[in-house]
Design a protein around this ligand. Structure first.
Ligand code: PMP
Length: 404
């Protein structure tokens, strides 16, 4: 059992009010709030340790470098990568996917090749591939979902052929909450010798990830969804792939030697980290991971699961309620609409009760098309949310419903 009262005390923003009402923050799939230790770490670093990393002989630079590299090791431990050089810091999941699509795609994909995505992908795992299509005539093959919001594994199996070169699929849907059977997806792809990228933006805050046990080729995530700072993301890649992939961006840090005739590149992971990294952000991210693992990912997952079940049952008592996504294995995200009430109206009115939810297409327009809606209301829960908040939320949803 989580001590939510104690945990809430660690998140200063949760004690603020909006429109004179206590804030109920149910937009955690968009970004999570930050505990004091993370906020303090950022301040402390700027107060005491700010200096550019990797290049200074001076004391501060060395201290900053040590903290930054210790964070890489902290992330390595969090996802159980075999080596810290397989951890590339990026600005977020989006940049991590763009890096792989650009670097892997330009090197290993040729006209006529096929890439498998799914119907539930976030735009961050669709648009980069479409941008690549400007340079390579690759075909995107899409795994459909069933009416519960689960991937159709049999169709997935049938999509493989001699032209298939890559699989890129979300670990957990940011709309449906579906947690995909990634072990099976990877096994099937590897049976054809095809590498797999998992978009872990939503899964990493809720599911304990072991990239070695999964045998996944690439895994990407965003720190800001795991109680860490914005602007920090992670690309995990197997060394055997990263070694063969060219740099994504050029600049300082990523080179071994530069001349106008020929430039050679730095070793992993620096080859993929051009320019000054957000070393304060990475250090604060490590603090966030310490916090999360201090609470315990398993305990967090159990708590969120309880909230998910409770909220689902309560919401089903609202007339006209339609919940999108009833997968067997589901994370703490509920997308819904009530009758003909526009999702935007519902979200705006809930906001007046102090309840923060997300409305719209959630950067998943192809999925909206599949669901036959323009958008949904989305409530997503984190470790600090409570059943009392859900009660207030459901009461508010009922009151809004009666206004229409
Ligand atoms: N993929 C999924 C499944 C997401 O939920 C998100 C964030 N909404 C992203 C990718 C993009 O993450 P970021 O904006 O942090 O790059």
């Amino acid at each position: 059992m989580l001590d939510t009262e104690k945990i809430r005390g660690d998140f200063p923003i949760l004690s603020r009010e909006v429109y004179g009402k206590p804030l109920i923050y149910f937009d955690n799939a968009a970004t999570t709030q930050k505990p004091i230790c993370v906020i303090d770490k950022i301040t402390e670093e700027y107060y005491n340790t700010n200096a550019n990393v990797h290049r200074g002989v001076h004391y501060l630079s060395q201290e900053a470098t040590e903290a930054h590299e210790a964070s890489r090791k902290r992330v390595q431990k969090f996802i159980n990568a075999s080596d810290s050089k397989e951890i590339i810091f990026t600005r977020g999941t989006t940049e991590a996917i763009n890096l792989v699509v650009s670097s892997f795609g330009n090197t290993f994909l040729k006209d006529g090749d096929e890439v498998i995505l799914s119907e539930m992908e976030h735009h961050a795992n669709i648009v980069p591939w479409q941008l690549l299509q400007n340079y390579r005539k690759i075909k995107l093959r899409i795994v459909p979902i069933n009416d519960k919001g689960e991937l159709d594994i049999e169709t997935y199996r049938k999509l493989f052929n001699e032209k298939t070169k890559f699989v890129s699929i979300s670990h957990m849907s940011n709309v449906l909450g579906s947690i995909n059977p990634v072990r099976d997806l990877i096994d099937i792809a590897h049976g054809y010798g095809i590498p797999v990228l998992l978009d872990g933006a939503q899964a990493a805050p809720h599911v304990s990830v072991d990239v070695q046990a999964l045998d996944v080729d690439f895994y990407v995530l965003s720190a800001h969804k795991i109680y860490g700072p914005t602007g920090i993301g992670v690309l995990y890649g197997k060394e055997k792939w990263l070694d063969k992939m060219p740099p994504y961006q050029g600049g300082g840090e990523m080179i071994a030697h530069v001349s106008f005739n020929r430039t050679t590149f730095n070793e992993l992971p620096y080859k993929f980290e051009a320019g000054t990294p957000d070393y304060i952000g990475t250090t604060a991210f490590a603090t966030a991971l310490d916090y999360v693992e201090g609470v315990g990912l398993d305990k967090i997952a159990a708590h969120e699961h309880e909230l998910l079940a409770y909220a689902t049952n309560q919401l089903m008592t609202v007339g006209g309620m339609h919940i999108y996504g009833t997968a067997q294995n589901k994370g703490s995200v509920i997308s819904f609409n009530v009758g003909n009430i526009h999702h935007y109206d519902m979200g705006m009115l809930l906001d007046k009760f102090g309840i923060a939810v997300r409305t719209g297409h959630h950067c998943a327009q192809p999925l909206m098309e599949r669901l036959g809606v323009e958008g949904t209301v989305r409530a997503s829960f984190a470790m600090y949310n409570t059943k009392e908040e859900i009660d207030a939320f459901v009461t508010a949803v009922k009151r809004v419903s009666k206004m229409f």
